[in-house]
Write a protein that binds this ligand. Structure first.
Ligand SMILES: [Zn+2]
Length: 218
């Protein structure tokens, strides 16, 4: 019954993409979170804090303003709300944000190592996936670090000792980027385990990136 629910479409998206996050192995338990900017451009539908993804209905999805203040919902908004709202405030080219604890990407985050262009699909994220330094989960400081590291140039970054954050035109698009980041992390991990991966030249990755933008990735 999303018809009478305020911002029901966006809240449904958040609940659906949250389930996909778990189904695709991008997170465990209640870790990670998803948000979708609403059509009004000033309200954000975001995963509730601590509710198992399988149980979250559209009505359970909280709404927050761009300053992070919760404006609707019975459950508390995700503790990582500052990271989502910081990105929406800084970038007018995005409408969705996804945060994961996906295992291969989190491995490079644990090392503090960016993921280079050892697979062409890295272009969904940028010329590589950079790393934002460590700060405490849920803090404004972490939100600032992540937003600064991504700038307007990257659609993903690793969060040192934590996980990943990705953006897109919609929450579904940000989810696709999160899938690509995890895939590229896995391939890079496997490649360095058995040899020395060949890294694609910057100009090739730039070219691929412009092609992917044409597919509506941004
Ligand atoms: Zn997290």
């Amino acid at each position: 019954m999303t018809d009478d629910l305020a911002h029901g479409t966006e809240r449904t998206t958040v609940s659906d993409v949250g389930r996909e996050l778990l189904a695709q192995g991008l997170t465990t338990g209640t870790g990670g979170n998803v948000s979708q900017l609403c059509a009004d451009g000033e309200t954000v539908a975001i995963s509730p804090s601590g509710v198992p993804y399988g149980d979250v209905t559209a009505a359970d999805v909280p709404l927050v303003a761009l300053d992070g203040e919760q404006v609707a919902g019975d459950f508390d908004a995700s503790s990582e709300t500052p990271m989502h709202t910081a990105l929406y405030r800084r970038r007018d080219d995005i409408g969705g944000v996804v945060h994961t604890h996906s295992p291969y990407a989190s491995t490079f985050a644990a090392l503090g190592d960016p993921i280079p262009a050892s697979h062409y699909l890295i272009a969904f994220a940028g010329d590589r996936v950079p790393v934002a330094g460590y700060d405490r989960p849920g803090s404004e400081e972490l939100a600032e670090l992540a937003a600064e590291t991504m700038g307007t140039e990257y659609d993903a970054c690793l969060l040192q000792n934590h996980g990943t954050i990705t953006v897109g035109e919609t929450a579904e698009a940000a989810f696709e980027v999160a899938l690509m980041v995890e895939y590229c992390a896995r391939i890079h991990y496997q490649a360095i385990s058995v040899g020395e991966p060949i890294i694609l030249p910057d100009e090739e990755v730039d070219h691929l990136r412009s092609l992917f933008e044409g597919y509506g990735q941004r």
